[in-house]
Every structure is written in structure tokens, then in C-alpha cells.
Ligand binder design. Structure first.
Ligand code: OAD
Length: 269
């Protein structure tokens, strides 16, 4: 059966039975807020060269240019708000026992939408890191100075606390995301082209370990054929609909079992 929104009822029921869920997100979840994605027709990497802007070598060669790239992106992000997709993800905490948001995004919009339990795989644009001592600071200045400022402790240059190409992911974030991917009942893969590793392997890790994996994207991706289902459409439309259907499905099963108002029991997926 298909719901009026086109989301199959059996998918809703399988998700509704999940206790522990991971929402794995990429740039597409912030697209409807007005934050540009990286790939695709209007993606940033169509206009700019990642090697000139998002590598350690680029920063060593021209720190001012790289700093201005982050200034440009901070100015965009500071002018936008979380969208209904972020909001629906935050509200999932009221529906599932365990929700972990694993994001490749550095924009901080999941936090602003009220999600807890967020794992940031690629860092956060609102922090800076000392290039020598690796100390991390909250760094919200916007617009940024023309040159990267110097660390107040040691005088070395600060850099954005984000992961650049060729750099490893922060160990604790990667370990946590791998652990929840291995143990979750279901994973929603939202708005990622699934092309950047190792992050892109997480849906496959989840699938391999028995999770029900559903992708939400405006287009099919390289992992579409390897997971359970892809819902094609904007995250800001599909996620609120999906959440409503799951909530209604949970309410129905509580009514049927006479447990309305009590603690919801999950059978796992
Ligand atoms: P991409 O820009 O590669 O992919 C964005 C995905 O979002 C695409 O698959 C789009 O089809 C999809 N999309 C666009 N609008 C959408 C919408 N409204 N709803 C749902 N899906 C939508 O972004 P990421 O996969 O996040 O890394 O990119 C991964 C990493 O590559 C980024 O974290 C960044 C980038 O280079 C670093 O900077 C290290």
C-alpha cells in the first residue's frame, strides 16, 4: 500500500518498529535552507576547485585565499535557517528511543534545529583550530578578517576546524559513527551523493549489519542499488511527511495493543 504522499506503508511500518535510528546527512539536507551543495549542476565544485580551497596544501600555499573561501561560506550559512527537513530530524527524538545524527555538514544547522546526539564527521565551520597545538576554539566571527588570525597562546596560524581532502576524519567521530551504523535498526541517508569516503561507506556498514536503510534524495546515487529503498524528493518535504506517517503508525499500534499513553515497546526491524 502507498500512502497519499507516495511513501509506501510497509516502509513506514518497518521504520515505525525501529528503536535505534541513525540519520546520516549530507549537503542536500541544507539545500532547501539556501546552502549550496558541492556536486550537481549548481554545486560549489562546479565553480570552484576543491584542490585550491579545501586541502592542507592549498592553505599552506595561500592561507588568505582559503580563509576567504570559508568567509564566503560562513556568510551564506549565517544568513539562513534550518528547514523543515532539519526540524523533522530533530523531532525524531520524540518518536524513536535512540536517534543519532551523523552529518558530513559543517554548517551547524542540525544543532540549531534542536537535534541532540550529533556526530560531525567533517568538523564545524564555526570553530577554528591552532595549526600547531591543535587546540580547538569556538570561532563565530563573521565576516572574517582577511588573513587567518594567530593563536593567542603560541602565535601560530588558526585554520577552520573542518576536514580537508586528504585528511583523516576525527577519530572519535568516525568511531562513534561506525559503532552506531553497526548497531542501529534503521538508517535514513539524507541528501548525500555518497561519493566521499570513508563517510559514504556508513550506509553499507549499516546494511551489512542488518539495518533497514532508506535513502532520501532528489536523485539516485551510487548506493541506491545497494540499500533497501530510495525516496526521491526534497528532504524538506519528505522527512516531515515520513515523520507524520511514522507517528500515526506508532499511535495506531499503541491503540490496538491498548498501550496508548504508556511506554512504547519496539520489536526492532
Ligand atoms: P554533495 O554536494 O556531494 O551531494 C548533495 C546530495 O544532495 C546530492 O546527491 C543531491 O542529489 C542531493 N540533494 C540536493 N538537494 C536535495 C534536497 N533538497 N533534498 C534531498 N537531497 C538533495 O554533498 P555531500 O554528499 O554532503 O567534504 O558531500 C560530501 C562531502 O563532499 C562534503 O562533506 C564535503 C564535500 O566535498 C569536505 O569538504 C571534506
Amino acid at each position: 500500500m502507498i500512502s497519499t504522499s507516495g511513501i509506501p506503508q510497509d516502509l513506514v511500518e518497518r521504520l515505525g518498529h525501529a528503536s535505534s535510528i541513525v540519520v546520516f546527512t549530507g549537503a542536500g539536507v541544507s539545500a532547501e535552507s539556501g546552502v549550496p551543495t558541492f556536486r550537481g549542476q549548481d554545486g560549489l565544485w562546479q565553480k570552484y576547485n576543491a584542490e585550491d580551497l579545501a586541502t592542507w596544501q592549498a592553505f599552506e600555499r595561500d592561507p588568505r585565499l582559503v580563509w576567504s573561501w570559508y568567509d564566503y561560506r560562513r556568510q551564506i550559512i549565517s544568513g539562513v535557517d534550518p528547514n523543515p527537513g532539519h526540524a523533522a530530524i530533530a523531532k525524531m527524538a520524540a518518536v524513536f528511543d535512540n536517534v543519532t545524527v551523523v552529518t558530513q555538514n559543517v554548517d551547524g544547522l542540525h544543532d540549531r534545529a534542536g537535534s541532540k546526539n550529533i556526530v560531525e564527521l567533517h568538523g564545524n565551520i564555526w570553530r577554528a583550530r591552532c595549526t600547531r597545538e591543535l587546540t580547538v576554539f569556538d570561532f563565530r566571527e563573521c565576516p572574517l578578517s582577511e588573513n587567518p588570525p594567530l593563536c593567542k597562546e603560541c602565535g601560530s596560524m588558526l585554520r577552520p576546524d573542518v576536514v580537508w581532502y586528504g585528511e583523516p576524519l576525527p577519530m572519535d567521530a568516525y568511531e562513534r559513527s561506525h559503532e552506531v551504523a553497526c548497531t542501529c535498526d534503521a538508517m535514513l541517508v539524507v541528501g548525500t551523493s555518497a561519493q566521499v569516503r570513508p563517510a559514504a561507506t556508513l550506509p553499507l556498514v549499516a546494511k551489512h549489519n542488518g539495518a533497514f536503510v532508506v535513502e532520501i534524495n532528489t536523485h539516485y546515487t551510487p548506493i541506491s542499488a545497494l540499500i533497501d529503498t530510495t525516496l526521491i524528493g526534497g528532504a524538506g518535504e519528505i522527512l516531515p511527511e515520513l515523520l507524520d506517517l511514522i507517528s500515526a503508525c506508532s499511535d495506531d499500534s499503541e491503540d490496538a495493543s491498548g498501550t496508548a499513553g504508556g511506554v512504547k515497546e519496539h520489536s526492532g526491524v
